[in-house]
Design a protein around this ligand. Sequence first.
Ligand code: GLN
Length: 456
Amino acid sequence: MKVIEKLEAIKNKELSSSDNLENYLSVIEKKNKDINAFLELGEEKAKGKAEEIDKKIANGDEVGSLAGLVFAIKANINVEDFIISAASKTLENYYGSYNATVIENIIKEDGIIVGITNMDEFAAGSSTESSYYGPTDNPAAPGRIPGGSSGGSAAAIASGMCDIALGSDTGGSIRNPSSHCGVFGFKPTYGAVSRQGLLDLSMSLDQIGPLSGDASGIAIGLNSLISNDPKDSTSLKWDSPNFLDPINKTPEELIAGKKIAIVREFNEVTDSKINGIIDNSLDKITDLGGEILELNFDYIDLCLPTYYLINYVEFFSATRKYDGRKYGSKIEDVCGEEVLRRIEMGSYISQQEFSGKYYKRALQARSLIRTEINKLLDGVDLIAGPTVPKLPHKIGENLEPMEMYAYDVLTVIANLAGIPAASMKAGDVNGIPVGLQLQAKPQDDLKILEAMIALE
Ligand code: GLN
């Protein structure tokens, strides 16, 4: 059942929200031991909330737009009374003492929070293998990484453990695991969703967004997550559209006449089997009356160095508060290899004498990338292409840092440019899911959703 249908069923008393929750809890009970999608559950609180919603519905009282839907939350988003560890030993005993703005939005609309999901330590990774709590398995391709860093959230969706999961995306961490696990994931325009209460990896790139099993779940998630927040200085004042508007339109209505760009350099860096699957989606677009144009992006080689330089510097600065005095342990004493690498590199690059050499140049490259990608988007509605250039590796395979970073080459562009981007399942290579990435101009998030609904 699609998320929108479930919402209707709950409101019409065909399904109680308690039963919806119980169904998920029994799947979690059965599968989480092996998959390790959830780090912590809040069963009692969730059951209480579900009963409260069922009572409201029985009494004919008004309920919120998420009534009875079950949410999973990535471990770097503050939720009161849960351990918000960012999957690091640094914060293993840190209890969220307040709700992030996105959590307030979910609770206000009667969503039910069932638990906290696994991730790469401090969201610095693409495989969920760097979690202090061990890796998460890929439910769609067992034995392989689920992608990352929001691997727990994607695996929770792929294994049927919740309706909607929240992830954060700094360089692809919503889209990459969505691609590897064969689910839908959406990184909104920068500033559309409040970052207040998110433990930042790289604040000028981070954005929270939804993952779900179908496009209606994404639409419902976006409707409640997008809001202006005075507590986040980068929050957009945006009179955002209703993302459910396209849900009853036909695929032809949603695609015909649309101009969709493909980018030659994106395909050149991608595994040919993956390109083959993406071609099927492009054929579908053409069949529905969309026009495909081939464009060029000359700066693909600049993207990863630019992204990682900025990430290191901003992450270094963000981690200075983990000095072991106020809460948690001193980060350098207990963190994993990748987090330490970023802190050390960030500290080095941040030194006054090197700033002109590295950081300032990274910022210049960033503005060049932003300008160029916006130029490409100027004449078209969307850019379509692969989300991740290669298939997920087997858990535990030893990758060099640069090999791990290479997973991100197609996703970091959207974060550097602040544009919306999403991934949906396009097909599979021998059973391993492959994601189609759709990108649009800032605040054209709805265009992406329209295409997702049409292609679903
Ligand atoms: N893999 C990228 C990184 O390690 C992206 C992470 C993310 O989006 N949180 O920085």
